[in-house]
Design a protein around this ligand. Sequence first.
Ligand SMILES: C[S@@+](CC[C@H](N)C(=O)[O-])C[C@H]1O[C@@H](n2cnc3c(N)ncnc32)[C@H](O)[C@@H]1O
Ligand code: SF4
Length: 400
Amino acid sequence: MPEDGALPARALEGAGERPLGFYLHVPYCATRCGYCDFNTYTASELRGAGGVLASRDNYAGQVAEEIRLARKVLGDDPRPVRTVFVGGGTPTMLAAGDLVRMLAAIRDEFGLADDAEVTTEANPESVDPAYLAELRAGGFNRISFGMQSARPHVLKVLDRNHTPGRPEACVAEARAAGFEHVNLDLIYGTPGESDDDWRASLDAAIGAGPDHVSAYALIVEEGTQLARRIRRGEVPMTDDDVHADRYLIADAAFEEAGFSWYEVSNWATSDAGRCLHNELYWRGADWWGAGPGAHSHVGGVRWWNVKHPGAYAAALGEGRSPGAGRELLSDEDRRVERILLELRLREGVELGLLKPAGRAAAERALADGLLDAEPYGAGRAVLTLRGRLLADAVVRDLVD
Ligand SMILES: C[S@@+](CC[C@H](N)C(=O)[O-])C[C@H]1O[C@@H](n2cnc3c(N)ncnc32)[C@H](O)[C@@H]1O
Ligand code: SF4
């Protein structure tokens, strides 16, 4: 990774035809949830090498600095930014004014498309109506709340402290503040969660009136508190069959409530409610990820920033790119990635991308009812409901 972050010329070839998005990472949380291994810290001040101080209070300024660096690296790239997604960590640990300032830096340097989608993630306990109003006035139009579950005993296993009903109330507050799009994140398959607990969480989420929901199977990440508790036998391991049952319960509940799946773990009430930013990732578009540990991709070049906020602050303070490493994707890498990501979408993936072994695997998946016959006839591999349950296995066979 060169010190100035310069990209090889080929990365910008044909850029005008691809949308450009920004991901802004906020690496701060009030407490660390036991299942989470995201790059996030609970201290508000962190020291990097050489004693450089990274503090929550000056974080927005550092991200703005990286956005100015992005402008230099992308040169006279004329594209206005189509999507901005502030994620974390917990972005709402920062003052609303800080999130607005980071967005303003993108607007100043690149310009925002008229219909730009501007999302922030939020923890339900860290926002109130005044905070939401400030974000809305500053240009945010989509918000994503981490709800996870409506059941206190499930939240307890996840180490989440939510006032009962708070995530649902957040949806109403966000709507009142003028947010057009509101998402709730749910997790299923937590040890101790029953089918009825999950149904109660789904009912609560749907009843709150979001236009988008994400539901993820709980992943036990190595090195987390949850993984240690499972190893010590304090909580049972998650179970794949239970995950499959919960997925079916979720899909039925969402479809009945007027949501349609558009990616294996994501449902929306209309096409306008889909998360365009995530679609940029899934369709291999260009995005710049700013912040410690953030990943970027522009025209087949992928790079990632130093992970620690102190090292990140130090690099930008010295006028260097915070990039830690990068890789140039080969045509074969990009073919495999397209299959991996596009197969998870409702539109599926072109059969023309498959090699003979992958094509034979697709025929078998079709015969097994994992791929939908109608789009298959029109040249696309699209997962059936049963195929979505086995998406990872189907993908593994199709990339051959
Ligand atoms: C950055 S968090 C969302 C914002 C905020 N930090 C919060 O948790 O409320 C992104 C989402 O990732 C999901 N997530 C994180 N770790 C997970 C894991 N181990 N298994 C499944 N989902 C996970 C959670 O649903 C979480 O809402
Ligand atoms: S799930 Fe969200 S709030 Fe919990 S530690 Fe991870 S990023 Fe922070």
